[in-house]
Design a protein around this ligand. Sequence first.
Ligand SMILES: *[C@@H]1O[C@H](CO)[C@@H](O)[C@H](O)[C@H]1NC(C)=O
Ligand SMILES: *[C@@H]1O[C@H](CO)[C@@H](O)[C@H](O)[C@H]1NC(C)=O
Length: 202
Amino acid sequence: MQPAPASSRARRVARRTRESCAAVLANTLCSLLLALLLVAGVALFVVWLSLRPHRPRFNLAAFSIAPGGQQVAFNISDRNPNHHIGIYYDATQASVHFYDALVASGPAFSSSWYQPNMTTIFIAGRLDVVGPRTTDASWPSFDAALHSGRLPLRLQLTTAIRFRLSAFHSGRQRMHVNCDVLLSADGNLLPESVGAACDRYF
Ligand SMILES: *[C@@H]1O[C@H](CO)[C@@H](O)[C@H](O)[C@H]1NC(C)=O
Ligand SMILES: *[C@@H]1O[C@H](CO)[C@@H](O)[C@H](O)[C@H]1NC(C)=O
């Protein structure tokens, strides 16, 4: 093989040097870009952790069947645990069930309302009793449970909530709050039900 002329060898060396320089530069840029992305990701994650909305917490404060059995009275505490986020609620409906049988229902809040950050409010009201009637299939077990001094009822609130962070609003999400209620034979809450946490479904 003929040795390549010196000039062409120099050109080749120059080209290779340029190519490897470009590769090193691209590598460095890529590494920088990745590091920047990583830092931005971590920063976003930290911001999200501190601002992420927590759902409101509900506890049963009071519940009773009024003497005469025509109405039930309920009182639920509602805590917004967010330091900076307020919560909008749509009109809120309440109902009381004995297993599948409807006992009472009605509005808990007939219009929408706003709960500021870090506040607790009480949702209280009275509902007209509609069942079970003495002729209903569920009556014997309802009557037996009431007379045994341990009547299990489920108080349900139905609404939709939106979170607010200064001028920003989240989308609406439907929410059901279920509180387990245990009543004594005189229609008052058993001590174990007082303050019990309610479940939330979205
Ligand atoms: C509610 O949020 C506002 C705005 O972020 C804040 O200035 C205020 O201190 C908060 N209130 C409470 C009780 O944390
Ligand atoms: C609901 O319970 C709270 C705490 O016990 C009480 O301060 C409030 O007055 C009650 N609301 C009604 C309407 O009974």
